[in-house]
Design a protein around this ligand. Structure first.
Ligand SMILES: [Cu+2]
Length: 163
């Protein structure tokens, strides 16, 4: 009788462990990035392939700001305009600005690059995406508003993606 109860407890624990293992889908991580005139805080994020990432952007500045993530800055007559390569190429993050789901926030920048624009004075935006293999590497995040002047004043950061 005693050994029966012991076996029952053992099987139960085993089932609980298996259930816990199955329930762990993609790891979910959330970060809040504060935008100010002219910085991202924190200005470095480390992400891993497979993670479901939610970024909360809060604009505490007096000016409108945007977030773009890519490689190699493009310039037009000396003005920084965006990136040659977009970290979100082929990915459609879910974007909410304030309380509203934005359908045209993504990939609407020149060259089809992804960007999110956040209203000034405590405006908020949220984006959610899953980190893909193609994102592995080091990326720059930046705001190119006001003819690239935010970028020039240091509104940049880094996203490091590891396998
Ligand atoms: Cu800006």
């Amino acid at each position: 009788m005693r050994s029966f109860r012991f076996t029952f407890a053992f099987v139960f624990i085993l089932l609980a462990l298996v259930a816990a293992g199955c329930a762990s889908g993609p790891e979910k991580v959330e970060y809040t990035i504060e935008m100010t005139d002219f910085a991202f805080t924190p200005n470095t994020l480390e992400l891993k392939v497979g993670q479901e990432v939610t970024l909360h952007l809060k604009n505490m500045g007096a000016l409108k700001h945007e977030l773009m993530v890519g490689h190699e800055v493009t310039t037009d007559n000396g003005i920084a305009t965006g990136f040659v390569e977009d970290m979100f190429a082929g990915v459609e993050p879910t974007v909410t600005i304030g309380d509203e789901m934005e359908h045209d926030a993504s990939h609407d920048h020149a060259g089809g690059q992804f960007m999110v624009t956040v209203p000034e004075n405590t405006g908020e935006a949220t984006l959610t995406f899953v980190v893909t293999e193609d994102m592995v590497g080091e990326w720059e995040m930046a705001c190119f508003l006001d003819s690239g002047s935010h970028f020039q004043q240091g509104m940049t950061g880094k996203i490091v993606v590891t396998p």
